[in-house]
Each structure stands twice: as C-alpha cells, then as structure tokens.
Write a protein of this length. Structure first.
Length: 307
C-alpha cells in the first residue's frame, strides 16, 4: 500500500451520520504544528472542499471556492462541516458549507463550492491563460530544499510560530526564489516552486482539496514582506495577521499537487486594516495556469508610539 502523504491526512474528513444528512467532521488534525492558538485557515479550505466533494458524483470537479472566515477555530476541537445541496444539475452542482465547533454550534467559516461535470464534451470554447513567468524555466532542483525555512528564520520573529515551521513539519516542499527589493508594495512579488510528496489517492477531489489547503500557505506574507518599513524587522510591528476571505478558481480539474507547480503572490491593495493578495499557480511541466484567486486579510500593526 502506498504511503499516505501528510496533506492527505490534513484534509481528510469522515461522515457523521448521527449529526444529520451531509455532515462531516475532520478526520485528522486542524493544524500541522503544536502551540497555535487558532487552527490554520487552509485546514478549513481543504476540509470543506473534501466534505463538499463527498456529496457529488466523482465526475464533478471543483472549479470555484468562495470562503469567509468568521471566527477563530480552536485547534484542539473537532470541526463539523454541514453541507447544503444548493444545485444538482446535469453539468453543474453547487454546495454551501457551514463549519461549526463546540456545543453551541457557532458558525466559524462558510464556503460556496461549485462543481462542473468533466466527462461531457463542451464543444467550441475560448482557450487562453496568463503565461507562466520566465523564472518558471528554472529547474526546482536548482533551488535547495529547506530554503523557505532559512528565509523565514531571517525575516520572521519566533513569536510567529506558523511562519517558523521546520522542514519536517511542512506538508509541502517549497523552493522559493529570492524576493526582489522594491519600494512600492504593489511591485513586490513572491515566487516559488511547490509540490506535495507523492499522494496515494487517485481521486481528483483529493488533489483539488489539497490545492485549496495550499492556497492559504504563506500567502499573507506577500503583503507583509512588501512593506518592510511598516512591519519592521522580522515582522515585529505586526500585532495580528489573519485571513478574512478567499476567492479561488481552479482551472485544471485534473491538477496533480504532487507534481511541481510554480506560484506567484503579490499584493494589490492595503487600507483600513485590510490587505488584498493575488495568487497564481501554474503547472511547471505544461506551463498551464492551474489556479488563480485573491485573499483578503486583516493586518493590524502595533501602536507606533509603543514601538
């Protein structure tokens, strides 16, 4: 039997029959590191996608995820994912996911997840995508493994444990490029190669859910590292940085997250305590755009008079 990749455990859910129809609970941990006060947002993204996918036929693949993070999720308590079957059409299906936790069933997270059937001919259609940046021609092996941990150690204080993962704790192999020094935040970008260890499951839904999980990894760093003077050395001026909402479009339903992908993250706006980050993922082998999306985050800085 093939070894289960760490990400397969992190996104796994199981049906809870006694909780009502179409209710699922996380099977594995809600985070991949001890000591965190709230669960990693990617867990809700990946697990909600896995739960919604369990309610559609295997020929239907995820193409859109719209999420809102409403409350902090406790990492030591199970999360229940309640699925509402909004649409079951011939070619499209939609699900609304509500994540709750605790005896009061407070809603912590919501998502609208849309599926398209991929075993029917589409006919004539438009076909284009944003090309992969030229850096994608570099081989992942040209960037040493563990470099992301070295970069984070140099730029992030130990008070931010989620950003200080050891290589053995990280469910993905990240091979980042050096960040270009720029003065204008909207001209800054983060680029990297990334892939998961080999995934045992043959289900496309597992890869799509893993991609949803991945979309929240290091993404907020694009806004933080784009503003070095404001956030301070090793991000010491940052009081809070959390995800508020995500909008993802999966363009390649048969994506393989255990094959090398090329990513780009950049920030397009920041004001009123919030920032917006744009992200793209390409398949390195084909150069095709796999996923694109935006993430809106809350970023609070410490009082300047107390720095």
């Amino acid at each position: 039997m093939a070894q289960i990749a760490p990400i397969e455990t992190l996104i796994a859910v199981t049906k809870v029959t006694e909780a009502g129809p179409d209710t699922y609970i996380n099977k594995g941990n809600l985070t991949f590191q001890e000591g965190l006060r709230s669960a990693f947002g990617g867990s809700q993204l990946g697990q909600s996608a896995a739960a919604a996918a369990a309610t559609v036929p295997p020929t239907f693949q995820i193409y859109s995820i719209q999420s809102a993070f409403l409350r902090a999720v406790k990492p030591k308590e199970n999360v229940r994912y309640h699925i509402e079957r909004v649409l079951d059409g011939r070619c499209f299906a939609s699900r609304i996911v509500r994540a709750t936790q605790g005896s009061n069933n407070a809603c912590l997270y919501t998502a609208t997840i849309c599926f398209q059937r991929n075993d029917l001919p589409v006919g004539n259609f438009l076909d284009y995508h944003v090309p992969m940046p030229a850096e994608g021609n570099t081989l992942p092996d040209n960037i040493r493994g563990g470099k992301v941990q070295e970069m984070l150690a140099a730029t992030t204080a130990r008070s931010a444990p989620l950003l200080q993962l050891g290589a053995e704790e990280e469910p993905f192999d990240w091979r980042p490029f050096d960040h270009p020094p720029v003065g204008e935040p909207t001209k800054f970008w983060q680029r990297s190669f990334v892939r998961s260890p080999a995934i045992a499951s043959t289900s496309p839904h597992v890869h799509q859910s893993a991609l949803a999980f991945l979309s929240d990894s290091y993404t907020i760093g694009a806004a933080l590292h784009a503003n070095p003077k404001k956030v301070g050395k090793q991000l010491r001026n940052v009081a809070m940085a959390v995800t508020l909402a995500t909008s993802l479009s999966i363009h390649e339903p048969m994506v393989k997250v255990d094959e090398w992908m090329f990513t780009q993250h950049e920030t397009s706006w920041g004001s009123d305590g919030r920032v917006v980050i744009r992200q793209w993922y390409w398949d390195v082998k084909s150069g095709r755009l796999i996923m694109s999306g935006t993430q809106e985050c809350l970023v609070r800085l410490k009082d300047a008079s107390k720095l």
